[in-house]
Design a protein around this ligand. Structure first.
Ligand SMILES: CC(C)(COP(=O)(O)OP(=O)(O)OC[C@H]1O[C@@H](n2cnc3c(N)ncnc32)[C@H](O)[C@@H]1OP(=O)(O)O)[C@@H](O)C(=O)NCCC(=O)NCCS
Length: 219
């Protein structure tokens, strides 16, 4: 059991507060955001403090940190806060839902946010700062690297490698033994049958790299 500071005051932070409160022994004690976004000083009945000052008010020796942010800017905003919190000396926790099916030898890094109904098969490695929203299938012998975002109901077949910063839209499917290069955006409903190129947007079934101006700045 630890006392936790959550980064953010929007939906994801509210959900993190809900999950930690209802499904872990941790105690959430405060929220933090960058000073320029501090529109409130109280959220869920707890104090909101400026991220710039957080370590002086809640010292890293006594408190742990959780930054389960969205995938905006291809996960780079979440990466920035993750690295800053580590630099301040915080240990970052991971949340893994009690309703996820995680086989005991799967390796999972820090600051991961893994919600209900995910199936993580054996011999899988999940890096740091990875979000698996609800209901994904992570096939056996898979490797998911740091700063990756799975939305919901993605099927990652066995033996796939997902490089940093990838974002997988709802209901995407990835063929076994596929390598998703750094920063691949898999559109919702896309079916990936071949390895991808860095920072490519892949769309359709079978998925093709978009040559148009489809945005990698998802939602
Ligand atoms: C691929 C994606 C990033 C493109 O977003 P965008 O740049 O805003 O694109 P638009 O919505 O303007 O759509 C542009 C065109 O592509 C089509 N399109 C968009 N996404 C598509 C998809 N996944 N499959 C097929 N066609 C798609 C649109 O219908 C539109 O077609 P049109 O030009 O004929 O009207 C986005 O559609 C996507 O898949 N995002 C992931 C959403 C998601 O999973 N959210 C989960 C939140 S938890």
């Amino acid at each position: 059991m630890a006392k936790i500071i959550i980064f953010g005051i929007l939906d994801t932070a509210e959900l993190a507060h809900f999950y930690l409160t209802h499904d872990t022994e941790h105690e959430v004690v405060a929220f933090t955001v960058n000073r320029e976004y501090m529109t409130i000083t109280d959220f869920k009945g707890l104090p909101v403090v400026a991220f710039e000052d957080v370590e002086t008010i809640f010292p890293p020796e006594d408190y742990k940190f959780f930054a389960p942010m969205t995938g905006r800017k291809m996960n780079t905003l979440r990466e920035k806060i993750y690295l800053s919190a580590k630099q301040k000396g915080y240990e970052l926790i991971s949340y893994i839902s009690s309703k996820a099916t995680v086989l005991s030898d799967a390796l999972i890094g820090d600051n991961c946010f893994i919600l209900e109904d995910n199936t993580i098969q054996p011999f899988t490695t999940i890096g740091n700062n990875v979000v698996l929203w609800s209901g994904n299938h992570i096939g056996h012998h898979g490797i998911i690297m740091d700063h990756v975002f799975f939305t919901s109901h993605v099927v990652l077949s066995g033996h796939c490698i997902v490089e940093p910063y990838c974002f997988l839209g709802v209901n995407a499917t990835v063929r076994d033994f596929t390598h998703l290069a750094k920063g691949t955006l898999v559109a919702m409903g896309a079916s990936i049958t071949k390895n991808t190129e860095e920072w490519g947007v892949y769309i359709g079934n079978p998925a093709k790299k978009s040559e148009g101006k489809l945005s990698i700045d998802v939602y």
